[in-house]
Design a protein around this ligand. Structure first.
Ligand code: ADP
Ligand code: MG
Length: 232
């Protein structure tokens, strides 16, 4: 298993207000696979992603990536892990407003030893003709494409997408999911998509249902379908 999640527990708050947000969460994702993590709002999805991403700390349990325990990494290694091996895409695009599409993507290559070819990537993303525009000259879908470019230009081992289509309409959501699928095929990144859109699970290799901080159900999806054919 490339990404192993072992008995992760997480609490927020203290005393009476202590909230047990993740309860013995154990699962994993094979290298190069797409995992869709489903669950209602407040079930702990973003918290789990942030722990995998090394931007929040668990209260017990282990995250193991390619055999290396996150917990054992020193601060410097952890920072390198976040910068080099992990890409993050959010519902909100968070682009830098005074940089062009191309420049926003270049920012993501910072400190990477082996960034992807920028021109090839702009083509893959369907952004070639928009490369010199500023974010406010783009549609939501184009902004999310740019954010995906920024996350993958360093060719991260793991791409984490937290509600990547949360702010987009139906057609644009499908385009973005198709792009994520294309990135997975072309570059082989292991991808985790968090969503509360049930239909998206059909494009996954693995589906994990989180409910109230616990894994309620998980399975390998034997009959996955291309994102293009998803319907909801
Ligand atoms: P999801 O992404 O599935 O909607 P979250 O992981 O964001 O859920 O939140 C899970 C629970 O943890 C919720 O009850 C939320 O209010 C709580 N929570 C999340 N982040 C924090 C935080 N930084 N401090 C306190 N409580 C938090
Ligand atoms: Mg969330």
């Amino acid at each position: 298993m490339f990404l192993e999640i072992e008995k992760i527990n997480k609490y927020y708050g203290e005393g009476e207000n202590r909230n047990h947000v993740l309860k013995d969460v154990t699962t994993g994702v094979e290298k190069g696979k797409i995992c869709v993590l489903l669950g209602p709002s407040g079930s702990g999805k973003s918290t789990l992603l942030n722990i995998i991403g090394g931007i929040d700390e668990a209260d017990g349990g282990n995250i193991i990536i390619d055999g290396a325990k996150l917990e054992d990494m020193k601060e410097k290694q952890l920072s390198l892990y976040r910068r080099k091996h992990l890409g993050y895409v959010f519902q909100m695009y968070n682009l830098i407003p005074n940089l062009t599409v191309k420049e926003n993507i270049e920012v993501g290559a910072y400190l990477s030893d082996s960034p992807l070819d920028l021109n090839e990537l702009l083509n893959t993303l369907g952004l070639w003709e928009h490369k010199d525009k500023l974010p406010n000259q783009l549609s939501g879908g184009q902004q999310q494409r740019t954010a995906i470019g920024r996350a993958i230009v360093k060719n991260p081992d793991i791409l984490i997408c937290d509600e990547p289509t949360g702010a987009l309409d139906y057609n644009t959501s499908k385009e973005i999911l198709q792009l994520i699928e294309k990135v997975n095929k072309q570059y082989g990144n292991t991808i985790i998509i968090v969503t509360h859109n049930d239909a998206i699970k059909n494009m996954a290799d693995k589906v994990v249902h989180l409910h109230d901080g616990r894994i309620r159900k998980e399975y390998d999806n034997e009959n996955k379908i291309p994102a293009e054919q998803l319907e909801w």
